[in-house]
Design a protein around this ligand. Structure first.
Ligand code: HEM
Length: 236
């Protein structure tokens, strides 16, 4: 397969979806890990310092460009693949097989993806835009000035509608991942009899655990909860 077939053929599109999807999964792990600071003692300072590192480290800033390219490619190819699948299904069957042949979340990847996209647009407007283009309050730790992203989160998640929107976003993400990880494994040929059950199980645990941790963030913020770890700094 040559480069142009990656973007024009059906299997090429699936490979692009799988590879960009895996890249986005890695991003989710890092994002979740950094944000998890907000659950523990000294949350404000630990999270703001961690976010400052992520926002100013040159390697991470370069990776951020790759991240946005990955998102755009994943969304663009996803829509194209959905349209292609619909057209193929219509032309092959006079009577469609309906709901019996595939699971709901498998047939609804485009719908779930669109919900995640809407969530993402609101989410970037909440945090990424003020962080990169100005508008955040500042705090000082040890004589150095940091953006108070933690304070911004507190403000955003003091509004019940925002908490509900983020919970819906995380729920859509979980369903999208449940099918997406399986699908990526199949596309990339990770179907070995011995490894497949392990990949399936890891995929299921990941798809539930990571969105659940994300979903806890607005809830913790809204209720002002904190897990007391004393002076111990858990992350970063
Ligand atoms: C639900 C809990 C979440 C919270 C509290 C949260 C919080 C944040 C914050 C504070 C930032 C700004 C970081 C900075 O500018 O330094 C950010 C950036 C971002 N978030 Fe989230 N996030 C959550 C979930 C998600 C999910 C589920 C996704 C993806 C589906 C996501 C995708 C992104 C992206 C793409 C960025 C910009 C990347 C970057 O800073 O380079 N977030 N998030």
């Amino acid at each position: 397969m040559n480069w142009s077939q990656l973007f024009t053929s059906s299997i090429g599109k699936k490979i692009v979806m799988a590879l960009t999807g895996i890249f986005l999964v890695v991003f989710l792990v890092v994002h979740c890990y950094v944000n998890a600071n907000i659950f523990f003692s000294n949350a404000e300072e630990n999270f703001n310092r961690a976010a400052h590192f992520m926002g100013t480290n040159i390697l991470i800033r370069i990776t951020e460009l790759g991240l946005f390219a990955g998102f755009i490619l994943h969304i663009f190819q996803g829509y194209k693949l959905t349209l292609l699948n619909r057209a193929t299904r219509k032309s092959r069957y006079a009577v469609t097989a309906g709901n019996k042949t595939s699971k709901w979340y498998s047939r609804s990847m485009a719908l779930l993806g669109t919900l995640i996209l809407l969530f993402l647009i609101v989410h970037l407007a909440h945090f990424w835009v003020p962080s990169r283009f100005g508008g955040l309050k500042e705090v000082e730790y040890g004589g150095q000035v940091y953006h108070n992203l933690y304070g911004e989160m507190k403000d955003v998640f003091s509004q019940p509608w925002a908490v509900i929107l983020y919970l819906l976003g995380c729920f859509s993400l979980a369903w999208h991942l449940l099918h997406g990880i399986q699908s990526a494994a199949q596309t990339l040929g990770w179907t070995n009899k011995n490894f497949m059950p392990m990949i399936t199980n890891i995929g299921i645990v990941f798809s539930i655990l990571v969105p659940a941790i994300f979903a806890l963030m607005p809830v913790f913020m809204y209720f002002g909860w904190e897990i007391n770890t004393g002076a111990l700094t858990l992350l970063f």
